[in-house]
Design a protein around this ligand. Structure first.
Ligand SMILES: Cc1ncc(COP(=O)(O)O)c(C=O)c1O
Length: 303
């Protein structure tokens, strides 16, 4: 007798079958299918030969990688937290910031996962339609302003947009950052596709205190299977700003390893004290369990 199959198992096996089909052009796998750069291949092979895969990375990621990420973004004063793909950075932000009574404001189309994470926290998701020649297929400051208020916890901007491919100018990013500042929201700038755009401006260039940036190694280097991304925020934690959130998210991610996190986050840890436990804000008891994809990654990392 065959075992009953859950929808998750059926989906997983289907995904697995597609992955194992030689010669299949799987257009839904939105990664970089161009052959890896020889330097990247060589670096990976060198790392394998040296057996570096044996070691756990430090809680925030290897220092060389963290430094390279902030240098690449042009924000040397910021700090990078290396995450299991960009999705994990975004899940942490949503978990830290969203709760019932708050909103996450984004575009339609957008990248849907953060919307799911926000809803899991009980937040409302507002998607501003941009698939429209009238707005030139982009978010305008006017449309954003009309959709935010004091409930807005996160303005989530995918730039370049997936799937539209449009990218925003520095002036537009400045306007979005100003709107976020005025309503007390955090501007979450998803820069996953920045390497495919000319003249991209990470929000940290214009609003280091009110924004965080998420990045991914899945697209520009085609390393989706390695699960590498980052959350980047201003180095100096200030309560209520992106940097404050960065500290909170970092502690959430390393919940079981808070001792190690304390070494780096001393200032905030001392200020908030033990009553302000990781995950407290906007977390509900089932939230972590429901966020299966990111939660599983957290769990694996914590061991
Ligand atoms: C806009 C956007 N952000 C984030 C991600 C997450 O990328 P990853 O978790 O593979 O780093 C994706 C992946 O498709 C994406 O399209």
């Amino acid at each position: 007798m065959s075992k009953p199959q859950s929808a998750a198992l059926v989906r997983n096996r289907y995904f697995d079958e597609l992955s194992a089909t030689p010669g299949l052009y799987w257009l839904g796998q939105n990664t970089n299918h161009i052959e890896s750069h020889p330097a990247v291949r060589e670096a990976m092979l060198r790392s394998i030969e040296a057996g570096e895969f044996n070691a756990y990375a430090p809680p925030l990621g290897f220092e060389a990688l963290r430094a390279a990420i902030v240098a690449d973004l042009g924000v040397p004063a910021a700090e990078a937290l290396v995450t299991e793909g960009g999705v994990n950075a975004l899940a942490m932000i949503c978990r830290a910031r969203c709760k019932p009574g708050t909103t996450l404001v984004t575009t339609d189309p957008t990248w849907k996962w953060p919307c799911l994470f926000a809803r899991q926290q009980g937040a409302e998701v507002i998607e501003i339609p941009i698939y429209d020649p009238a707005c030139n297929y982009r978010l305008t400051p006017e449309a954003l302003k009309a959709n935010v208020d004091e409930r807005t916890a996160i303005i989530y901007l995918v730039d370049p947009n997936n799937p539209l491919g449009i990218r925003y100018t520095r002036e537009e990013i400045e306007s979005f950052a100003a709107i976020a500042r005025d309503c007390g929201a955090l501007l979450v700038h998803d820069c996953t596709y920045r390497d495919f755009a000319d003249g991209h401006t990470p929000a940290l260039h214009v609003a280091p205190k009110g924004s965080v940036v998420s990045t991914s190694f899945s697209k520009w280097l085609g390393l989706a299977g390695l699960r590498i991304g980052a959350l980047v925020a201003a180095a100096r934690p200030v309560r209520g700003t992106g940097a404050d959130l960065y500290q909170r998210a970092r502690r959430q991610r390393h919940r079981p390893a808070r001792g190690a996190g304390r070494v780096v986050g001393q200032g905030r840890m001392d200020e908030e004290g033990p009553q302000h436990r990781p995950g407290q804000q906007g977390d509900d008891p089932g939230g972590r369990r429901r966020d299966r994809r990111a939660g599983a990654a957290d769990h694996a990392l914590a061991r």
